[in-house]
Design a protein around this ligand. Structure first.
Ligand code: 5GP
Ligand code: MG
Length: 182
């Protein structure tokens, strides 16, 4: 698989984000709301670089029903921590059309946090259909379908320690091994 961002670059990118967050929040307690499952790996790496008190709340959102095609957006946030009056950072794996981040932001705003900012691991520039950009993005990437470091194709490849581009040959290999996408 073609490597787009290697482990070393990821490590430096996450450290850069952590220092931007220290600049912004200082020692203020921060509540991180992370969209599962894609931001799992970013979350685990990022929080270990943060020195302020951190609370973590997981919510689920899925827009890709297998394969690469966008489906209906579903959000499951029933056991979210109370964020009223808190400094909140919403994180996600990738900003593509922006619909996921915009919709989750809208929901979180209803709970009246003190502040709400957004950070994504990857920003696919040029695809946005919403009137909102992430406050922080670790890397800008071209419009290609990527996997690894939390990002999946058919629920696989999340564990790759790098970001790879899933090209035609990789797709063919995937289908030989696992059958066609659901
Ligand atoms: P958006 O709502 O911004 O269009 O899409 C965000 C979601 O789509 C992400 O959380 C991610 O699950 C999925 N997505 C968008 N682009 C890619 C991609 O290149 N690779 C993978 N694996 N998922 C993507
Ligand atoms: Mg996702």
């Amino acid at each position: 698989m073609k490597v787009l961002i290697n482990q070393e670059e990821i490590h430096r990118g996450i450290a850069r984000l952590a220092s931007q967050l220290h600049e912004r929040y200082g020692n203020e307690p921060l509540t991180i709301v992370a969209i599962m499952t894609g931001s799992l790996v970013m979350l685990a790496d990022l929080i270990r670089g943060l020195e302020m008190p951190v609370r973590i709340s997981l919510i689920r959102a899925s827009s890709y029903r297998g394969g690469m095609t966008s489906g209906e957006l579903t959000i499951e946030d029933s056991d979210m921590l109370d964020i009223r009056g808190r400094e909140v950072l919403l994180i996600d794996d990738i900003f593509d059309t922006g619909k996921t981040l915009a919709e989750v932001t809208r929901r979180l705003e209803r709970h009246q946090p003190q502040s709400l900012r957004t950070a994504v691991f990857l920003n696919k520039r040029g695809n946005s259909v919403v009137n909102q950009a992430p406050d922080y993005s670790v890397f800008d990437i071209p419009n290609e379908f990527v996997v690894g470091y939390g990002l999946d194709y058919d629920d696989l490849y999340r564990n790759l320690p790098y970001v790879g581009v899933l090209e035609e040959a990789d797709l063919a290999a995937h289908q030989r091994l696992h059958g066609p996408s659901k």
